[in-house]
Write a protein that binds this ligand. Structure first.
Ligand code: PXP
Length: 235
């Protein structure tokens, strides 16, 4: 069975826009799990723009499936991760000025110390990289358990020829990851349309999807939300 990780960062983004208490990401996690999510994914950013340390603590206590923590390879994050003990850590690049995680991680030899420490703590390590064979082989050398293919480029392409080339690249990448014995994961920019061609490859074991699911939820829930408010003010 293909696994679905639901990224709930953007529930926290809406909450942080007002600095209040709603919507509650913990509630979003529970609903996602009740409706088939196999994993809840959150990115604790250095600037805490959406998910907060408090969210992570409560999510660890309440999640019934798996917790996948996306984080930068830093001493601060490693310390937090060892306290929280998520099921998986996905190492991602992080730049303060970016809107979202733009591009995969450029793996370097110094990542090995982080990967080793995370694995020694009993946590699975995934690395978020481009569908690049050299980088995939390097991830294996560094000891990664899983590779999450960055599908951002694929998601942004419009030209059919370029799109087919990118799908072929993702296919080769997925085959190589599997051949090396690592779990094949994909994510970023995936939506209800572009997911279909990747599903057809039948090579990807897990997807982490956030923005499109939260965006769809706005519209599938908007009618009820307006209706209920109208009832409250009508007497
Ligand atoms: N996977 C990783 C490693 C990510 O960093 C993100 C974005 O935070 C996602 C998946 C989800 O991307 P999206 O919100 O575009 O579905």
């Amino acid at each position: 069975m293909t696994l679905l990780g639901v990224n709930i960062d953007h529930v926290a983004t809406i909450r942080e826009a007002r600095g209040g208490i709603e919507p509650e990401p913990v509630q979003a996690a529970a609903i996602a799990e009740q409706n088939g999510a196999d994993q809840i994914t959150v990115h604790l950013r250095e600037d805490r723009r959406h998910i907060q340390d408090r969210d992570l603590k409560i999510l660890r206590e309440t999640i019934q499936t798996k917790l996948n923590l996306e984080m930068a390879a830093t001493v601060e994050m490693l310390k937090i991760a060892k306290t929280i003990m998520p099921d998986t850590i996905t190492l991602v690049p992080e730049k303060r000025e970016e809107l979202t995680t733009e591009g995969g991680l450029q793996l370097k030899a110094e990542y090995k110390q982080y990967i080793d420490q995370i694995r020694q703590a009993g946590i699975e390590v995934s690395v978020f990289i481009e569908p690049d064979l050299k980088m995939i082989r390097f991830a294996h050398t560094l000891g990664a358990d899983a590779v999450e293919i960055h599908t951002g480029k694929y998601a942004n392409l419009k030209d059919k020829k370029e799109l087919n080339l990118e799908i072929a690249k993702i296919k080769k990448a997925a085959e190589e990851i599997g051949k090396l014995g690592m779990r094949v994961v994909a994510g970023h920019g995936l939506n209800y349309h572009n997911i279909l061609d990747l599903v057809e490859l039948d090579l990807i074991e897990e997807y982490n999807i956030g923005h499109s699911i939260i965006s769809r939820a706005v519209f599938t829930g908007l009618a009820e939300a307006v209706y209920t408010m109208k009832q409250l003010i009508t007497y």
